[in-house]
Design a protein around this ligand. Structure first.
Ligand SMILES: *Cc1c(COP(=O)(O)O)cnc(C)c1O
Length: 376
């Protein structure tokens, strides 16, 4: 929450709209009406603020997915009681008692983890998802290794009954890539006749591959209103962007034709113009690689970035007749300006831009209108 002091400064801030997130999870639920939803909130809720995101989405979720134990503990401290799945499991045997204490669920993807479980002596058995490598070849047991790993886990007193089966797509955002159907086929083959629950789809699987929904879907990025396919915006998928990254104009300066602005004199004006200096930079997570022309939303229009992104500031070309003033609010991305557009210009994905908003940018939560989320 903002203090009065920071409200008065020109500091960048990320306004987070919980209603957008509630809308988005309902969109994802409707896409996979027969599946439970594991709400993925790793990396500080994709930069939106882990505890607040989880509190907002808990009533609409069946479980949470995180990447690190510390993230799971943050959720427990925030009072989250739903199952929490460590999508990459644990790294060292020392962590296992902590997992039991906090009733976390572990993914087991390699034989080293099986060995750690076998040697441990835990006060209660740990619920486990077994990760299958269905073709992405990053984590998980190869199909032919699954029976042996499963037998070892089934025989292990430290592992709870009803082991689930989880896998992850490498190319589900490419609608014509045959790898995805091959992964689905492999996953079905490997898990055929086994009793555990199954989960394969993240956001793209949930949206574009209904045959991958199984018992649990695991959406992440779409919950924040961002497209998992670079070609589309969240809005085009019926989603609402949850983050509006804003800052303020801190100076308006005259620049003569031919004069450069900023580090390296990368940009020069072709005409006499006005330059707006906005209080946000790569120290806040705005990408330094943004080229000249990258749009910034200001007073109802897009203005182009002019010159290199500094640590604490950017400069935009307001045009000679601009009436923008010091203190005016600029939007770097948000409902007015899809983060996917900025991502394409800097050769990355929306995921990275929202994750890399730094700790000095306060996340400010808009109030959730309780009347609207009753209609689930
Ligand atoms: C991050 C992650 C997800 C969510 O992916 P999105 O593309 O953000 O929906 C799901 N499953 C696993 C294993 C993940 O690591």
């Amino acid at each position: 929450m903002m203090s009065d002091l920071s409200t008065m400064t020109n500091a960048a801030r990320a306004l987070i709209d919980p209603e957008a997130m509630v809308h988005n999870i309902q969109v994802m639920r409707r896409k996979a009406p027969h599946s439970k939803v594991m709400t993925v909130v790793k990396s500080d809720g994709y930069g939106h603020g882990l505890a607040s995101v989880a509190t907002t989405l808990a009533p609409f979720s069946d479980a949470f997915g995180v990447a690190r134990v510390e993230e799971a503990l943050t959720l427990r401290r925030a009072g989250i009681q739903l199952p929490i799945v460590l999508l990459e499991g644990f790294y060292e045997a020392d962590e296992l008692p902590l997992l039991v204490t906090h009733q976390l669920t572990a993914t087991v993807h390699c034989k080293e983890q099986v060995a750690m479980l076998t040697r441990a002596s835990l006060s209660e058995p740990l619920p486990v998802w077994l990760k299958v490598d269905s073709g992405m070849h990053r984590l998980g047991f190869q199909p032919e290794q699954v029976p042996e790993a499963l037998a070892a886990l089934n025989a292990c007193d430290n592992v709870a009954a009803d082991i689930g089966f989880l896998s992850h797509f490498g190319c589900a955002d490419e609608l014509d890539n045959p790898i995805t159907q091959a992964q689905i086929d492999t996953f079905i083959q490997v898990t055929e006749g086994l009793s555990g629950e199954r989960s394969l789809a993240a956001s793209s699987g949930t949206l574009f591959w209904p045959q991958s929904h199984f018992d649990w879907v695991r959406p992440g990025i779409c919950l924040y209103g961002i497209s998992s396919r670079i070609e589309l915006t969240g809005e085009q998928l019926g989603l609402k962007p949850a983050m509006r990254l804003t800052s303020r104009v801190m100076a308006v300066r005259e620049l003569k034709a031919g004069e450069p602005v900023g580090y390296g004199a990368r940009w020069r004006s072709s005409r006499d113009t006005l330059i707006g200096v906005i209080a946000i930079g790569y120290g806040d997570g705005y990408p330094r690689s943004a080229p000249d022309g990258t749009p910034v939303w200001l007073n109802g229009r897009e203005v182009p970035l002019a010159g290199r992104v500094s640590m604490d500031m950017i400069t935009v070309d307001l045009g000679p007749d601009a009436t923008d003033k010091v203190g005016d609010e600029a939007v770097l991305w948000g409902p007015e300006l899809p983060v996917e557009r900025i991502a394409r210009l800097v050769d990355t994905i929306g995921y990275e831009l929202v994750c890399q908003v730094t700790g000095r940018v306060p996340r400010q939560y808009l109030p959730l209108n309780a009347a609207d989320d009753a209609a689930v």
